[in-house]
Ligand binder design. Structure first.
Ligand code: ADP
Ligand code: MG
Length: 315
């Protein structure tokens, strides 16, 4: 009997079928259909077995179990090797159908997701239970590395992309930026592949990077997955309103400053990740080129805005 079978059998669950979910993941992820011997029903689960050194989510779960439980649907966690987690199957991530939605529906979904993020950010901060998020050179370094690999392999790759990244990090000294908004619990990775809509509710999975940090950390990771100018302007305004509604008003200057710096860092982080997905065969050449052009364009736009407003004094 393998680990999964024996683990589920102890929960009175008999595996009927299982299938590995392909993709670039931090471990092995399986869709499992099981028969519950207690109630004699077929149930659908996701079993996530962590790769060595990528099991931080287990520790996070131990530390903020109550919070995680109210935003995701974890059923069981195994802290012994192989570390793993069993969740209810939430269907497909928001990312899978998002681009095809009409703009009005995108806006409703965005609003619902921002409400959930604001609600997470309003939770009591277990300061000592989570790491503290701090900007650094990691995403810049990774992105430059990925763009370097891309340019050695593909003639359509532009050297301007690397220059843009280099310059923005240097000029704004992004790795040393200290966030200004009050620290909250952040999920740390709420891009649209980690957000689900099921049973009329929004769910967040993949808590590996949860940390104490500026609320704009989550807002900008979410925002970099939206490829539409109007919706991008809508995100921060609506989020601010959600926080005001919760009685957590944020200082306007602090908010705009964190928004700009963290947005640039997360556009860079996800640019590197999208290139990785392309290398692994999960994105077409047309798509990755579109993504890179868009993200580089956004980085340049935000940089120009900051320079125009003369906000460099904030550094
Ligand atoms: N509870 C779930 N319900 C449905 N699909 C899931 C669930 N958990 C994970 N998945 C699928 O597996 C993918 C990767 O899972 P995730 O926990 O985000 O791991 P990673 O750290 O590799 O990103 C998700 O983007 C989603 O497609
Ligand atoms: Mg994920």
């Amino acid at each position: 009997m393998n680990d999964l079978e024996s683990r589920l059998s102890k929960m009175n669950l008999e595996i009927l079928s299982m299938e590995e979910i392909g993709g670039a993941h931090a471990g092995n992820i399986y869709k499992v259909e099981a028969l519950s011997e207690n109630v004699n029903t077929r149930e659908h689960y996701i079993y996530k077995e962590f790769a060595e050194g990528r099991d931080q989510e287990v520790e996070i779960h131990k530390n903020i179990e109550e919070i995680m439980t109210s935003f995701s649907r974890v059923v069981n966690v195994w802290e012994t090797s192989p570390k793993a987690m069993l969740m209810w199957d939430l269907g497909y991530p928001v990312k899978s159908g998002f681009e095809a939605l009409p703009i009005a529906e995108k806006k409703i979904l965005i609003s619902d997701i921002l409400k959930v993020l604001a609600s997470l950010h309003g939770m009591d901060t277990a300061q000592d239970k989570l790491p503290v998020h701090q900007l650094n050179t990691k995403w810049k370094d990774w992105c430059l590395d990925q763009l370097g690999k891309l340019s050695s392999r593909k003639s359509w790759s532009s050297p301007e992309w690397e220059i843009t990244i280099q310059e923005v990090y240097e000029r704004l000294d992004i790795p040393h930026y200290q966030t200004k908004c009050p620290s909250v619990i952040t999920h740390g990775d709420p891009h649209l592949e980690n957000v689900f809509y099921k049973d009329n509710e929004i769910w967040l999975i993949d808590w590996e990077w949860a940390a104490i940090g500026s609320p704009l950390r989550d807002v900008t990771i979410f925002m970099q997955d939206i490829y539409d100018d109007d919706l991008i302007s809508y995100v921060p305004e609506y989020y601010l309103q959600c926080m005001r509604d919760r009685g957590i008003p944020l200082d306007n200057d602090d908010f705009r400053s964190d928004l700009s710096y963290l947005y640039i860092d997360h556009l860079t982080m996800m640019l590197a990740w999208e290139v990785e997905k392309y290398f692994q065969g999960h994105l077409t050449e047309k798509r990755i080129r579109g993504i890179i052009e868009w993200k580089i364009g956004e980085i340049e736009r935000v940089r120009k805005e900051l320079e125009k407003k003369g906000l460099n004094e904030w550094i």
